[in-house]
Design a binder for this molecule. Structure first.
Ligand SMILES: *Cc1c(COP(=O)(O)O)cnc(C)c1O
Length: 423
């Protein structure tokens, strides 16, 4: 889209005509001491709080106060099946079938549980392929799984790396790795949208490449869920995990999502860790039965979940249900395209965008490098209420989030960036 214009009037006009403009008002936007709203460009790290969240949590606090243990069955949204109330909306967001999705645990915990089932190494096929700039927690988790199975974590990790002087990953190189080492690789585990560069991978293509070589394929979609259309079911991936506190606005440390492809839904031979919440719901409380595996993603649950966190997730998912990912992505592409346009006007010799230009290979985040500047620039922006996030060695990640960020936010952010660079 090349019909963007510079100037504040253009931004204000876009906001006025934005079909999703009402949603910003449904969020708490943090303010400085003088009462001015922050320009919050870091929903990729922690999404803002919907104003409705308090109501959802208060309802559960009220039911607990008034009903005690009876809240499990008599509450307005009874706690026993509470996680089921999230499944349909969550499945829609990630493009999955309800039987493939469950909300449980936290992200890295789910990643480990998935590897318990889907990382089954043998002497000749034990390696795990990840992207070289993977989120540290994923890298640590993968390495510890290798050690857990008695393998050397240096030899066991295969990295998909960018070429010299490049930052993005190329599929040619992945094909090359798989051609050479495919039959030594047990698991491919990639961040669906890379947290650092913002590169959104072709999940279907990677799944196909991996499966053709006999590898299991899983994705960490922490930066994808609520940001891009993941189409997890169609991707054919074996599993995926994601958190809900980034684009899904469910609050710090809130519970995570988990996807297990339908073709594994009834497989009772998959190795897994179990608890009473993985057991048949109808006989769970008999407490004496032989273990009877629940089908689908629910069968990977262990514990009865923290309802207050589920309530915060429900508040957010109800909003996503109303907006729909299609509408969100339309605005997202426009808003981030505008951001890109303004940044490019600053001069590509001054600001380099490392995120892909192709709108189908990115979400709302743009990762930028500002020449001849360092972390001081980012700190200056933050201290003046222009909130973005710094990643060593030299990247500022900025994410205009279509649910609550405006064209005016983007305009002001770039103006401030320009002013600081020119100081
Ligand atoms: C945010 C994020 C995490 C964080 O893991 P938690 O278990 O939620 O602390 C891990 N991996 C990726 C790719 C992330 O983006």
């Amino acid at each position: 889209m090349s019909n963007y214009k510079s100037g504040l009037e253009y931004a204000l006009e876009q906001d006025l005509n934005d079909p999703l403009k009402a949603y910003r008002n449904l969020f708490h936007i943090p303010k400085n001491e003088r009462g001015n709203e922050w320009i919050y460009m870091t929903g990729n790290s922690l999404g803002l709080q919907p104003k409705s969240t308090k109501k959802y949590i208060n309802q559960e606090l009220g039911d607990w106060a008034n009903l005690g243990v009876e809240g499990h069955t008599q509450g307005k949204t009874p706690w026993l099946p509470y996680h089921e109330f999230l499944t349909k909306s969550m499945a829609k967001i990630v493009g999955a079938k309800p039987i493939e999705v469950v909300v449980m645990n936290t992200l890295t915990v789910n990643l480990h549980l998935m590897m318990v089932s889907f990382y089954q190494p043998t002497k000749s096929r034990y390696k795990i392929l990840i992207e070289s700039d993977a989120f540290p927690s994923d890298k640590y988790a993968v390495e510890s799984q290798l050690r857990h199975h008695g393998f050397n974590d240096k030899e066991g990790v295969v990295l998909w790396k960018p070429r010299k002087n490049e930052t993005l990953l190329r599929y040619d190189d992945l094909e090359d790795i798989l051609e050479k080492q495919g039959n030594e690789i047990a698991l491919i585990m990639i961040g669906g949208v890379n947290y650092y560069t913002g590169q959104f991978f072709d999940l279907k293509r990677i799944s196909k490449l991996g499966h053709d070589k006999g590898c299991v394929v899983g994705f960490d979609c922490a930066h994808g869920a609520g940001n891009v259309k993941l189409n997890l079911h169609d991707s054919g991936a074996d599993f995926a995990v994601w958190c809900t506190y980034k684009y899904l606005n469910a609050g710090p440390g809130s519970l995570a999502g988990c996807f297990i492809h339908e073709r594994h839904a009834h497989n009772k031979n998959l190795n897994r860790f179990t608890g009473w919440w993985s057991h048949n719901k109808n006989t769970r409380f008999n407490m004496r039965d032989e273990f009877d595996q629940l089908p689908g993603a629910e069968g990977w649950q262990l514990s009865n979940p923290p309802i207050l966190s589920l309530a915060a997730i429900k508040a957010s998912l109800d909003m996503f249900e109303e907006v729909g990912m299609d509408n969100l992505v339309v605005k997202s592409k426009k808003l981030t395209g505008y951001f890109e346009f303004l940044l490019k006007n600053l001069g590509e010799d001054i600001v380099k965008i490392i995120t892909p230009n192709d709108v189908n290979q990115r979400g709302c985040q743009l990762s930028i490098q500002v020449k001849r500047n360092n972390k001081a620039l980012h700190d200056k922006l933050n201290s003046q209420g222009f909130i973005s996030d710094w990643r060593e060695p030299d990247v500022i990640r900025c994410a205009p989030v279509p649910l609550y960020n405006t064209f005016e936010d983007v305009y002001k952010f770039v103006e401030k960036l320009k002013a600081i660079i020119n100081e």
